[in-house]
Design a protein around this ligand. Structure first.
Ligand SMILES: Nc1nc2c(c(=O)[nH]1)N[C@H]1C(S)=C(S)[C@@H](COP(=O)(O)OP(=O)(O)OC[C@H]3O[C@@H](n4cnc5c(=O)[nH]c(N)nc54)[C@H](O)[C@@H]3O)O[C@H]1N2
Ligand SMILES: Nc1nc2c(c(=O)[nH]1)N[C@H]1C(S)=C(S)[C@@H](COP(=O)(O)OP(=O)(O)OC[C@H]3O[C@@H](n4cnc5c(=O)[nH]c(N)nc54)[C@H](O)[C@@H]3O)O[C@H]1N2
Ligand code: SF4
Ligand SMILES: [Mo]
Length: 728
């Protein structure tokens, strides 16, 4: 029988509403279409959503716990897996302490609040402080900036697109990756273009003529990694020319410190650093400050650099000194269903722990992916001996995957929870099946708090999970119980869970057994903004209120309830950056930037058969740079950084700025057939192998994905010069 399920896509934050047609008999998807009745996301959709079920039917999907035997895996029961893993982890904890168990959880966990909560509960049960998450390759800069400025580690400042007259967009390519990151604007890019048609001015700052930049009224082709200098230059022009109009919605402290810093910088020097003319800087600054309504939005292109956090900070400053924060047409504060600061405090451990080897502080409770190899390789108390990797593929998505892979191979014990065995999982001792979001029903207060308007949707389950497979949270709960350690590290929790399970069995009411839904309902009740029952009654999604302006002032959590516009740590870091001259070495004369591809989601969807529009990644290079080393379009080239060497085909194009090359991430990972132990296919090449894991933004701890210094050489250059010699 055919059945239609209304739910939403949980691949990226765009959260597109879906109508999934399911064949009940075979438990398969017939089609996935956008849900026309979704009041909020209708109009946004992509092929990744349309073909999402291909990952459910992945030919190498893990559907039973699998134990490594030699270079293959054999299927076992959950009972066997859980007791064996519990015993081994307990043994390692007994011998080396809880911190000997490390953990990485990746991006897809961000879409499943229930599993994220229980996974974090398992880590609390273990008691390890060696936790790593994808924030350190993604949004950590945002957490630091919000914490410093507003006193909350996450503030959802959503672009208020439909009222904006001047868009200043840095390091983002919404024409490809949709208008989302730590906030979501459905059909955001199309709406920007509509505003443009109505007269709005669009400025895109990007070293490449991306699909987004191609539509800009002004495309500023900046040097990668220098957005902080560009933004500081804009702020300088605005303050020097008295064009500022301080926020009217927020009390601000620290303007003198900001003015002091700006006074120390020289406009010509700043412009030179970012490779943009002074005239362009002045034009952008005057336009932005003079526009009736405007917004500055800085995304991952800005943050994944050595001074990325400074870039993000200054993007907030620019909005604050021109009264664009929490104002129509600017960046509006959306309260969400629940105080997200509180939620974060719940899911993230409130530890100020410092990492053992590099001494770096945890950010929202987690350390940086870049540190994992050091923490595994360096002997001494607290050395990581075992890891859990869930929902993540850091060997491909993180910096220097080769170093990480080698470190993972040296572990005593590695447990993976995923739907497929990928590059980061190849040394796993145990593979535990993950579930796919089409197989889960869940409600995420976190996702709901990233939306442009007060909006929430229940993520209904479309398919049954493979028979016998436990959802990730169930596995975490069972493992904590088998280890004899209380979930969440809270005394009595395991006993309570066991009791509720008994009660559920006696009464034949499964809902009485404690489960993550309880937490969600509790939070919704505490938030008092929307009722659980109302959400369930709205299968197409629920807009539960009007968009409001001016709530941020009430939400501030700084001690004096004012915005700290110039936190000392940022001011000092900017001074330091101003003191340093960029070193442009002859050995590595080009800067490697990054982009995304429409058909892939980080490292995990490019092998889906339905998505194989692209089989390979390449490196884009400007004709002037290509000419210097004899590279022609389509040639295979060697890309060399201090860290590693890779080979890629070259695309010679004027759409990239001279001095910069660009290649998308997420490629080059293999996946495995655990039954036979063979690696199945590899599409493209992992450009992150070139990225150093020691050189990170000291504030956010993000690697330098967008400004790694490289050199490019033609492979077989000798043959070509022979050929040229023959011709002459
Ligand atoms: N050079 C460069 N590198 C980057 C970036 C960049 O812009 N440039 N972007 C960074 C960003 S923004 C991000 S978010 C990271 C992402 O990096 P990661 O967080 O490591 O995520 P992915 O590489 O996408 O790997 C996701 C894994 O989760 C598994 N998975 C998917 N769904 C589920 C599920 O429901 N259950 C379970 N158990 N497993 C699941 C997939 O099979 C896959 O193995 O990459 C970062 N890396
Ligand atoms: N199709 C697709 N969509 C996605 C994803 C995906 O993997 N595929 N990932 C999702 C995730 S996890 C995230 S976090 C979001 C991210 O979404 P965005 O933050 O919008 O990221 P990108 O689309 O990679 O756009 C980054 C842009 O920055 C430019 N850039 C590179 N270096 C610099 C620099 O130093 N300065 C400036 N100003 N620009 C620079 C690049 O050329 C590129 O055009 O996208 C989400 N959407
Ligand atoms: S992957 Fe595509 S369909 Fe899914 S939420 Fe993102 S944009 Fe929407
Ligand atoms: Mo991301």
């Amino acid at each position: 029988m055919e059945r239609k399920v209304h739910t939403f896509c949980r691949i990226c934050v765009a959260s597109c509403g879906l109508e999934v047609t399911v064949d009940d008999e075979s438990n398969t998807v017939i089609s996935i279409e956008p849900d026309r009745q979704n009041p909020y996301t209708w109009g946004d959709f992509c092929r990744k959503g349309k073909t999402a079920h291909q990952a459910v039917q992945h030919p190498n999907r893990i559907t039973r716990p699998m134990k490594r035997v030699g270079d293959r895996y054999v299927e076992t029961s959950y009972d066997e897996a859980i007791s064996a893993i519990a015993e081994r982890l307990n043994d390692i904890i007994d011998r080396h302490g809880a911190d000997a168990i490390g953990s990485y959880n990746g991006n897809p966990i961000g879409f499943t609040f229930t599993n994220a909560t229980w996974y974090s509960g398992l880590l609390d049960a273990i008691g390890t402080k060696n936790r790593f998450f994808y924030g350190s390759v993604d949004q950590n800069g945002g957490h630091i900036v919000c914490e410093q400025l507003y006193g909350i580690e996450q503030v959802s400042l959503v672009p208020d697109i439909d009222d904006c007259d001047c868009f200043l967009m840095l390091g983002m390519d919404p024409a490809v990756s949709k208008f989302n990151w730590m906030e979501n604007n459905p059909r955001g890019w199309q709406r920007v273009l509509q505003r443009q048609q109505a007269g709005a001015y669009v400025i895109v700052v990007d070293p490449r003529t991306s699909s987004t930049a191609a539509c800009a009224d002004n495309h500023v082709a900046i040097l990668p990694g220098r957005d902080w200098a560009f933004l500081l230059a804009l702020i300088k022009v605005i303050l020097d020319e008295n064009l500022e109009r301080l926020s009217t919605t927020l009390p601000i402290v620290g303007m003198d410190d900001l003015r002091g810093l700006v006074g120390e910088a020289d406009l010509g020097d700043l412009a030179e650093r970012c490779g943009v003319s002074v005239a362009t800087v002045q034009d952008v600054a005057r336009r932005f400050a003079g526009a009736r309504r405007a917004m500055c939005v800085a995304h991952t292109g800005v943050s994944q650099n050595e001074n990325g956090t400074l870039g993000e900070w200054l993007s907030h400053v620019l909005n604050l000194i021109t009264d664009r924060t929490d104002r129509p047409g600017g960046r509006r504060f959306e309260r969400g269903v629940i105080d997200i600061g509180k939620v974060l405090a719940m899911v993230a451990p409130s530890t100020k722990h410092r990492s053992r080897v590099r001494g770096l502080p945890a950010i929202v409770g987690y350390h940086a992916v870049a540190e994992i190899p050091d923490e595994i390789n360096t002997p001494g108390p607290g050395q990581i001996k075992a890891m859990l990797i869930a929902f993540g593929n850091p060997v491909v998505s993180g910096p220097d995957g080769r170093a990480l892979d080698e470190a993972l191979s040296a572990l005593d014990f590695l447990v993976v929870i995923d739907i497929v065995q990928r590059e980061s999982h190849r040394h796993a001792d145990w593979l535990i099946p993950g579930t796919h979001w089409l197989e889960r029903s869940e409600l995420s207060p976190v996702l709901a708090s990233l939306q442009e308007v007060p909006y929430i949707q229940y993520g209904a389950q479309a398919l049954d999970k493979p028979e016998g497979v436990l959802e990730e949270w169930e596995f975490c709960e069972a493992l904590a119980a088998a280890m004899g350690r209380n979930l969440f590290g809270k005394p009595g929790v395991n006993r309570f869970i066991a009791l509720t399970k008994k009660l559920a069995r006696w009464t034949n009411r499964p809902g009485l057994a404690m489960n993550p839904d309880w937490v969600v309902r509790g939070m919704l009740a505490a938030g008092r903004r929307v009722k659980y029952a109302d959400i369930i009654k709205a299968p197409h999604g629920l807009v539960y209120g009007p968009r409001r302006y001016g709530d941020l002032a009430k939400a501030l959590r700084t001690p004096d309830k004012r915005v700290r516009i110039a936190p000392e740590m940022f001011v000092e870091a900017t001074r330091e950056a101003l003191r340093r001259r960029p070193v442009e070495g002859d050995e590595f004369p080009l800067l490697l930037a990054n982009k995304r591809t429409r058909e892939a989601m980080n490292s995990w969807l490019n092998e889906s058969p339905g998505l194989r529009a692209q089989q390979d990644n390449a490196i884009e290079i400007h004709p002037a740079d290509a000419g210097k080393v004899g590279i022609r379009d389509g040639d295979r080239v060697r890309v060399i950084s201090k860290t590693n060497t890779i080979e890629l085909p070259a695309i010679v194009t004027t759409s990239i700025r001279p001095g910069v090359v660009c290649s998308p991430h997420g490629w080059g990972g293999r996946h495995f057939d655990p039954h036979t132990g063979t690696a199945v296919g590899q599409l493209g090449t992992n450009r992150n192998l070139l990225v150093d894991n020691q050189r990170i933004d000291p504030l956010s701890q993000l690697p330098v994905f967008n400004s790694t210094a490289v050199r490019v050489e033609l492979i077989g250059a000798e043959d070509r010069s022979d050929e040229a010699a023959r011709r002459t």
